[in-house]
Design a protein around this ligand. Structure first.
Ligand code: ADP
Ligand code: MG
Length: 328
């Protein structure tokens, strides 16, 4: 039966729903979107390639979730409200059980964010998923990488390091207790894009980025774009950010240096790093509460370029971190 399902049946069955917000959705040569008055459109694409971004055989439901989540995370970093997305899909074959699972994961997260599928492309080929998301942000209010100022505080959401911990465990380079593995794995396979936090930070944060390639490297992009440097207390890893990597280190599974690596260079953490002036600390707290998202102050912006790890006693930590680069 699966063999007989063609491209258009597949699209109609798994990827078509009536448009609600869009002027025109799936079915025509183009979709049509009308931004609300005074709003700018925020647009971002992310591609997921089998074997590169996810393991072959990963549960299709979680893959559908993650494919959209990594895109929504970029909208979150800009403080945008998601409205719509397109889906370009290369599939090796028509596997209805897979399509059912994948589309369910996709729809569940799309519905949670009021973000609708308005079009795409479907072709036969090695499994590859490319999503483009569209969002809206009031004119001139998008959060950018370039606004950090000397003396701003630096914050991070959630518990970076967890996704990489799960990846190491799944690759077999590290053994984790069952419960901790399940927790870390959920963070790797079903990240929660920090959309509510990003929106709540409009008008408060001076710069923001999502740290999908690792905290040190991605914060480095903010520093470069803003023409500033930063000082961070490395003990945030051991004291403040009590995630799965922290729990694994506390259980003696690896030494302190390795924990720093997880937190600062883990990658695949769809968390936000952002800056705000010290006068905005209460406003940041309020944004964190409003969005029900944990936020931790980890350091401050300085004039001198570069990222320095200095502990509370003024001791420098000289550890370099490799952020993720597909071609490095
Ligand atoms: P075209 O030939 O103009 O590229 P297609 O025949 O590929 O259009 O697609 C038909 C319609 O189905 C279009 O509206 C397109 O946006 C939509 N579509 C194709 N693939 C997908 C998909 N994976 N998810 C959602 N919509 C899709
Ligand atoms: Mg087409």
């Amino acid at each position: 039966m699966s063999d007989r399902m063609g491209e258009f049946d597949l699209i109609a069955r798994y990827f078509t729903r009536p448009a609600k917000r869009a002027v025109l959705g799936v079915g025509d040569d183009c979709a049509l979107l009308q931004p609300a008055p005074g709003m700018q459109m925020a647009i971002s694409s992310d591609m997921l390639v089998e074997g590169r971004h996810f393991f072959a055989g990963v549960t299709p439901f979680t893959l559908g979730h993650k494919a959209l989540a990594v895109n929504l995370s970029d909208l979150a970093a800009c403080g945008a409200t998601p409205t719509a997305f397109t889906l370009a899909l290369a599939l090796p074959r028509v596997d209805e059980a897979w399509l059912q699972g994948f589309s369910s994961g996709l729809w569940a997260l799309a519905d949670a964010h009021g973000c609708e599928l308005i079009g795409g492309d479907t072709t036969q080929g090695p499994l590859n998923i490319c999503i483009t998301v569209f969002g809206e942000v009031p004119r001139g209010q998008a959060l950018l990488r370039s606004g950090a100022q000397a003396d701003d505080d630096i914050y991070i959401s959630g518990t970076p390091g967890d996704a990489r911990l799960a990846l190491d465990a799944l690759r077999g380079t590290l053994a984790l207790p069952t419960e901790l593995l399940a927790q870390a794995r959920a963070r790797l396979e079903q990240p929660s894009p920090r959309v509510a936090l990003g929106q709540a930070l409009r008008g408060i944060a001076t710069a923001a980025i999502d740290i999908s390639d690792g905290l040190a490297g991605d914060l480095g992009h903010v520093l470069e774009a803003s023409g500033v440097g930063a000082r961070i207390d490395p003990e945030i890893a051991t004291n403040l950010i009590a995630g799965c990597a922290h729990a694994a280190a506390a259980a003696g599974l690896f030494p302190y240096e390795k924990l720093l690596e997880y937190v600062f260079a883990g990658g695949d953490d769809y968390e936000l790093a952002f800056t705000a002036p010290p006068a905005a600390r209460q406003a940041v707290d309020a944004a964190s509460r409003k969005s029900q998202t944990q936020v931790t102050r980890i350091g401050s912006i300085e004039k001198a370029p570069g990222l320095r790890l200095v502990d509370a006693q003024g001791r420098s930590v000289t550890q370099t971190f490799q952020s993720f680069d597909h071609f490095a």
